[in-house]
Design a protein around this ligand. Structure first.
Ligand SMILES: Cc1ncc(C[n+]2csc(CCOP(=O)(O)OP(=O)(O)O)c2C)c(N)n1
Length: 516
């Protein structure tokens, strides 16, 4: 075997199933190896941000890494914003990045750059292989580290890919997680036992079904409330699951949600802070007099930490009456296609098991309260704030869960960053309905300008925030990339189009021309 074949064999042995790729010459031995060694499905992304966003979506839904294949530093650079989002989402993900042949690199050829430096900005683990012989070990280590919920980036010089590799695939390398810290558990148990009014703020894997089940037990024993971080990577919701209120984005709303607690325990979530620094507004949402402690920090397994916390509370049953979500589904609305009507239509029609990829920004906020009592479903959110994750993430999620319908709430401005994802969706025939939130504006920025005291937008501010002149023709864009599309401008039109889309296999796009 050559190095590339040994790499792919190791990847298959370590459970990698899919590779989102946009290769170049320095990765071609790996491209050839993907055919010689069976077991990995290759998916072409027409921009690296599509590959990295799709690997994020796949990793979030499967809970294990997908692989990307990226061309040198510039390819990695094109994928970096969605790698940033994946890092913030704690997504397991393995990047394979080609590098020039070792003897060619010192010549400083045109595509050469500091790949390691760039990779470090988003990765929990970075390595450039030392020889073809190291490739199986390096790949196995990359998968192991990534599986704890981070990005592992393996940079492979071209000659190491074509050189002979005589080393065998290493045996499985054991748990990716560090042992849990009993002191953290003790401190959290103490806070929950002694606090008057306490909350457990859940984030990352704690918001999956397994984490929520343990959190519900903790709630029962400690009488605490359950809250979710503002931008969960994966949040399971719906009937039968504990009611978990998501922290709101704005300082005033989040502060009001947290104001009455004398203590909070962070479980896979970070200390809540505002999205930006605003003059006169503090960054931390919690006050200095509120106690805070965290469990499962660093590379610990948050499910194990939650289970240990539950164990340490045994015998503490609070007797609190705690409710799981009860069934309630809003009616299909009629009339103008407001943001509220768009949210209500999705909540009214989404099938059981739906995966909601939310990059709806100023459109999708009202959806959450409307969807609390629906049959079980999963929400993926933009964890890192770098827009352009929605359509690629939907692609990855749909490939990870082919039996589940994916509905992508997709703001129009954000959609244009990685619109090429539609072509991959068409090619893969995945079951995704993209709902374009067509307000023809960077509305978030208009809101921020107003907040900063700009009452009336000047000519340049308008130019920089309006998506008009020309308006984007979404139906033509989608059709041009192979995705059937329609445009709707009232609530009943949306309901009809969404029903049709959900009944048919394959991707489709609905442009929602919003009334407000
Ligand atoms: C990679 C990146 N570039 C720029 C921004 C700044 N930004 C935040 S929101 C936004 C506009 C979003 O507009 P759209 O997607 O149409 O959603 P809307 O605000 O209209 O709901 C921009 C440009 C960002 N967050 N990430």
């Amino acid at each position: 075997m050559n190095g590339a074949e040994a790499l792919i064999k190791t990847a298959v042995d370590c459970g990698i199933e899919i590779c989102f790729a946009n290769p170049g010459t320095t990765e071609l031995p790996i491209v050839a190896a993907l055919d010689r060694i069976a077991g990995i499905k290759a998916v072409l992304g027409l921009f690296e941000g599509v590959c990295t966003g799709a690997a994020d979506g796949f990793g979030r839904m499967k809970g294990k890494p997908a692989m990307t294949l990226l061309h040198l530093g510039p390819g990695l650079g094109n994928g970096i914003a969605n790698l940033h989002n994946a890092r913030r989402a704690h997504t397991p993900l393995v990047n394979i990045i080609g590098e020039h042949a070792t003897w060619h690199r010192p010549m400083d050829p045109p595509l050469a750059m500091d790949i390691e430096g760039l990779a470090k900005t988003v990765s929990g683990w970075v390595r450039t292989t030392a020889s073809a012989q190291e490739l199986p070990r390096d790949m196995a280590e990359a998968v192991r580290v990534a599986s704890s919920g981070c990005i592992a980036s393996l940079i492979i010089p071209h000659d190491h890919q074509w050189d002979d590799c005589k080393t065998q695939t290493p045996p499985p390398l054991g748990s990716p997680f560090d042992p849990i810290d009993p002191k953290e558990i003790e401190a959290a148990a103490h806070l929950l036992k002694t606090g008057e009014k306490t909350a457990l703020i859940l984030g990352s894997r704690a918001l999956r079904r397994q984490g929520l089940a343990i959190a519900a037990r903790i709630r029962q024993m400690a009488g605490c409330d359950l809250l979710a971080e503002t931008f969960p990577s994966v949040m399971e919701q719906g009937i039968g699951l504990p009611v978990v209120k998501r922290l709101r984005t704005s300082f005033s709303a989040a502060e009001a949600m947290l104001a009455d607690y004398d203590g909070v325990v962070l479980a896979g979530a970070k200390d809540p802070v505002t999205f930006f620094g605003y003059q006169g507004v503090r960054s931390r949402i919690l006050r200095a007099d509120q106690q805070e402690t965290a469990i499962g920090t660093g590379r610990q397994d948050i499910w194990e930490a939650l289970a240990a916390l539950a164990d340490s509370l045994k015998g503490q049953e609070s007797g609190a009456v705690v409710a799981d979500a009860r069934y309630s589904r809003p009616a299909v609305p009629e009339g103008a296609l407001t943001t509220a009507a768009a949210c209500q239509t999705v909540a009214a029609l989404q099938p059981e098991g739906a995966i909601i990829v939310d990059e709806g920004l100023t459109t999708s906020g009202k959806y959450y309260s409307m969807a609390a009592g629906l049959p079980p479903y999963t929400i993926l959110r933009l964890a890192g704030g770098a827009i352009g994750y929605g359509m690629p993430c939907a692609l990855g999620a749909a490939l990870a869960c082919p039996d589940r319908p994916v509905i992508n709430f997709q703001a129009d401005g954000s959609a244009m960053y990685t619109v090429q994802a539609l072509w991959s969706q068409a090619r893969e025939g995945v079951n995704i309905t993209t709902l374009i939130c067509s307000n023809r504006s960077y509305r978030t920025l208009v809101g921020e300008l107003r907040r900063a005291g700009v009452e009336k937008l000047g000519r340049n501010a308008q130019i920089l925030t309006a998506l008009t002149n020309p308006p984007i023709d979404w139906v033509s864009c989608a059709r041009g990339l192979g995705v059937p599309a329609s445009s709707v401008s009232d609530a009943s039109g949306l309901a009809d189009a969404l029903k049709r889309s959900l009944a048919e296999p394959g991707p489709s796009l609905i442009e929602m021309i919003l009334a407000s």
